[in-house]
Unconditional design. Structure first.
Length: 286
């Protein structure tokens, strides 16, 4: 079932195509995402919430909640949690997994909440999927109370996040044909310190350098193809680039990724451990 997106006045039409593409993708990938990515992205929730300081008795909004990992952990820490995602399929899944939390369908670019509704706004790996991250940050600022705090994770650049490097190298080597994936914002735009500071300031935030950090957590693969499988089964943007390839080309990409992983990430005693690196960014209303 496809949920109709709310209209976003003044939204850039070129980016609407990307937002619609993301929305269609997440509507179909909610269940596989939870199975193939949930243990990876969910592992970053404790350090992300720790970066906020105490959230006990605080009103917290989890944006792009997906299956609800931030919402779940924030509630355990004593926050009063509201969580939104623009995918109705994700919201159904989150509600099933965590029945005591308030989940709503909503778009990060136009939050339905009045000004000054929350003490904290959080997003775990949502930012790199938004068609207009600057606008989303302005929305975070608007719904926060004075002195409020926002925190979000993004995958680090490929120089430190090896999984992104393995995927992009294999695609560059083997992928064929023009892509039908619509052009979206630069995936790594917020990894750049200066660009990020400008974006945050424009929205009204000052980055808290002492709370922001680079966090690397190991993903112990059960099989050398786990990363390829997670990308093709449970990712929207990179997964689409894989899904649009022929079976033969997919097999070559799979082999290329497996070779790189075996060469770079084999561990003593067998198996493979991928160091997954994400930046935790914390901003306070200035
Ligand atoms: C990579 S998943 C992250 C899910 C979850 N936060 C986690 O920790 O795994 C990205 C999520 O962003 C949601 N999303 C993408 N664009 C959105 C938007 N404009 N508004 C609200 N949610 C959005 C998707 O539906 C998806 O659930």
């Amino acid at each position: 079932m496809s949920h109709r997106l709310p209209d976003i006045a003044e939204h850039h039409t070129g980016l609407d195509a990307f937002r619609d593409f993301e929305h269609r993708g997440w509507e179909t990938l909610a269940t596989p995402y939870h199975h193939v990515w949930g243990h990876v992205t969910g592992a970053f929730v404790p350090p992300l919430l720790a970066a906020l300081g105490s959230i006990e008795h605080r009103d917290l909004l989890d944006v792009a909640t997906g299956p609800g990992y931030v919402a779940r952990d924030a509630r355990k820490l004593g926050a009063t949690v509201t969580a939104i995602d623009f995918s109705a399929a994700m919201i159904r899944q989150a509600s099933r997994l965590h029945p005591f939390i308030r989940f709503e369908v909503g778009d990060a670019h136009s939050l339905r909440f009045p000004d000054g509704s929350f003490d904290a706004v959080v997003s775990n790996f949502g930012m790199q999927h938004f068609s207009d991250p600057g606008r989303v940050l302005s929305e975070f600022a608007r719904v926060l109370r004075p002195g409020g705090i926002c925190a979000f994770t993004i995958w680090a650049g490929n120089d430190v996040n090896c999984a992104g490097d393995v995927l992009d190298r294999a695609l560059a080597l083997e992928a064929e044909g023009q892509t039908a994936v619509p052009v979206g914002p630069n995936y790594h735009q917020l990894t750049d310190t200066e660009a990020r500071r400008d974006r945050l300031r424009h929205a009204g935030f000052e980055e808290c350098q002492e709370a922001s950090s680079l966090v690397t957590l190991p993903w112990s693969l059960t099989h050398v193809d786990d990363l390829f499988n997670a990308e093709i089964q449970g990712s929207v943007r990179s997964g689409a680039r894989l899904r649009e390839q022929t079976t033969e080309v997919q097999a070559r990409i799979r082999t290329s990724m497996a070779t790189m992983i075996a060469e770079r990430f084999s561990i003593v005693g067998g198996g493979y451990e991928l160091p997954m690196a994400a930046q935790i960014i914390v901003g306070r209303l200035s």
